[in-house]
Design a protein around this ligand. Structure first.
Ligand SMILES: [Zn+2]
Length: 287
């Protein structure tokens, strides 16, 4: 019975499905980490920009100070010279320069005042951002730890499944296992599929030739779907203890067998079936 329904392969496929799910779930953690860290990272970047700007403004402020000091010094010297000019022409020249330097000094001072205001605002902004960044970082850590713990849980679940798979495959028929692995080796997740009630491959829904359906139902040879290559297995028997919808399935199965019998009576299929049937009968008995 076990051999007939290829239960081992089906179990293995279920196990591999769980392994794949666990791996997929581990992969979904990366964007979650990014999401958690994003607000703090954005604040960090904004803080960096604000600090740089503040530094530039302070440099500019210092440059203005030096320039103002030089101009004040120049004004002092020019004012001294006014007292010792020898003629009107010289006086006019000194006065003109004095006016120019004073105007430039006024501009420097106005600019310096604006800059002082900007530096003050910049400093406030940096403090604000530092606080916000600290707050965001404090939130990140516990969230990150929770996520890490969650991911660790999935990881240990994965390694448990992988160990289970190892001992499971050790007890399997090596030939079947090799075919199974070869099919999945191409990146496919499904290596074995049941026959549908209509005698089609449950993976690609191509109809399986009737004589092959019989071989599959007897289970004595491993048959692969001609269309998609998966290993085909007979469907699990429907248990009567299951609820509501299962009853429908039982009926469907019976109907399909009736269908199959009807088809058997058609000439060209009957020939094939009889040929195959004689071969199958030989290996039909179990044990
Ligand atoms: Zn198929």
């Amino acid at each position: 019975m076990t051999q007939q329904r290829r239960t081992g392969l089906k179990e293995l496929q279920k196990l591999d499905g769980s392994i794949n799910d666990a791996r997929d779930r581990i992969g979904t953690f990366d964007p979650l980490f990014e999401e958690i860290e994003e607000p703090a990272l954005m604040l960090e970047s904004e803080l960096g920009t604000s600090r740089t700007r503040l530094k530039e403004m302070k440099l500019e402020s210092r440059r203005l100070e030096t320039s103002s000091d030089e101009r004040r010094e120049r004004v002092k010297k020019l004012e001294e010279r006014i007292g010792s000019v020898r003629n009107l022409r010289e006086e006019s020249a000194v006065t003109t320069e004095l006016e120019m330097v004073k105007r430039a000094l006024e501009n420097d001072e106005t600019e310096a005042l604006t800059l002082i205001d900007q530096v003050r605002k910049g400093e406030e902004r940096v403090t604000e951002l530092e606080e916000a960044y600290k707050e965001a970082s404090d939130i990140v850590e516990p969230k990150k730890e929770a996520l890490l713990a969650e991911r660790e849980e999935v990881r240990s679940e994965l390694s448990r499944l992988e160990k289970e798979r190892e001992s499971f495959t050790a007890a399997m028929d090596p030939g079947e296992l090799r075919i199974y692995e070869a099919i999945r080796g191409g990146g496919r997740r499904r290596a074995i599929a049941e026959l549908t009630a209509d005698g089609a491959c449950a993976n690609c829904f191509s109809v399986v030739p009737l004589q092959l359906q019989n071989v599959i139902r007897h289970g004595d040879r491993l048959i692969r779907c001609e269309a998609c290559g998966v290993i085909l297995a007979a469907a699990e028997p429907v248990e009567e203890s299951t609820e509501g919808p299962a009853d429908d399935e039982v009926i469907t199965n019976e109907e399909s067998e009736v269908d199959a019998n009807e088809e058997l009576s058609s000439e060209e299929v009957t020939d094939d079936i009889e040929e195959e049937a004689s071969g199958v009968d030989g290996g039909d008995e179990e044990g």
